[in-house]
Design a protein around this ligand. Structure first.
Ligand code: SF4
Ligand code: SF4
Length: 189
């Protein structure tokens, strides 16, 4: 186990829920649908390369639809994330939020041989990085490991989707490759 703590305190400035694009994994989406009960078609959007910085061209999670590429993201408006309470500035799904939201603004440090060294703070994500607190790294590492477990499966899902070719293919169709929503039963009187 690497360093046990990192100096940081979130001052709830709101930057990460208003100005940073959150990219959930399919497993985040499944968990959110189960725990929040909202349709993924309402809280996801599919953004184009010009809409996001910091994702490499060869990232394996780019969805290919014809000549265009898309990335699955949490929907956001002018005032921020779909799940942000615009008055209180708190996350309305805090317990169910994506793993990337839980890891922000921490950055994993590994040795050359891939051993966990600790966490530091990203310096290019706009967080003010206040150092007046102390955060345990062990729960962060658990979150990181949980997220990493699914990387290969996510890549494989995208690869299979990208190989599909049919008329009127849309990026939203990717949702149906990992989640099937139950139709609401009609009630009779
Ligand atoms: S940007 Fe940093 S300080 Fe601001 S809300 Fe996010 S984690 Fe907290
Ligand atoms: S899901 Fe919650 S924590 Fe994540 S960006 Fe949206 S409001 Fe912020």
């Amino acid at each position: 186990m690497g360093r046990h703590t990192v100096k940081f305190r979130c001052h709830s400035c709101g930057h990460c829920c208003t100005d940073v694009i959150c990219l959930p994994s399919p497993w985040d989406v499944i968990r959110m649908v189960r725990e929040v009960g909202e349709s993924p078609y309402k809280f996801l959007e599919f953004i184009e390369p010009d809409d996001i910085d910091g994702v490499e061209d060869d990232d394996p999670t780019w969805l290919q639809v014809g000549e265009e590429r898309y990335m699955m993201a949490l929907k956001r408006g002018k005032k921020g994330c779909h799940f942000l309470d615009k008055k209180t500035k708190f996350c309305t799904i805090y317990e169910s939020r994506p793993l990337l939201c839980r890891l922000f603004p921490f950055k994993l440090e590994e040795s050359r041989t891939g051993e966990f060294k600790g966490f530091t703070l990203h310096n290019d994500v706009g967080c003010p990085r206040n150092r007046d607190g102390v955060v345990d790294t062990e729960p962060l590492y658990e979150i990181y490991r949980e997220d990493s477990k699914h990387h290969k499966d996510y890549d494989a899902l995208v690869e299979a989707f990208n190989e599909m070719d049919y008329p009127d293919k849309k990026p939203e169709d990717f949702i149906a490759t990992f989640i099937t929503l139950k139709k609401k039963k009609k009630t009779s009187r």
